[in-house]
Design a protein around this ligand. Structure first.
Ligand SMILES: [Zn+2]
Length: 72
């Protein structure tokens, strides 16, 4: 085994449960696909800033397609 990948496949990310009091007043949208995340956010620190996704798939997409553009 190598690295710190968790059971969900993400490295360095964490699931954040949203309490109803929070997600009813603050809309949380995935930073990759823009989908509103109702209950649970996949939060990852990328390049020093916190990104929120609906799941690890969107983290992978973000790293593959969005980050390379931002890095130019
Ligand atoms: Zn997403």
């Amino acid at each position: 085994m190598s690295g710190a990948a968790g059971p969900d496949g993400g490295a360095g990310g964490r699931w954040v449960e949203l309490k109803p009091a929070v997600w009813e007043t603050v809309v949380r949208a995935c930073d990759c696909c823009g989908q509103v995340v109702p209950k649970r956010l996949w939060v990852v620190d990328i390049a020093g800033s916190e990104r929120r996704f609906c799941g690890t798939e969107c983290e992978s997409l973000y790293r593959s397609y969005v980050l390379p553009r931002l890095a130019r």
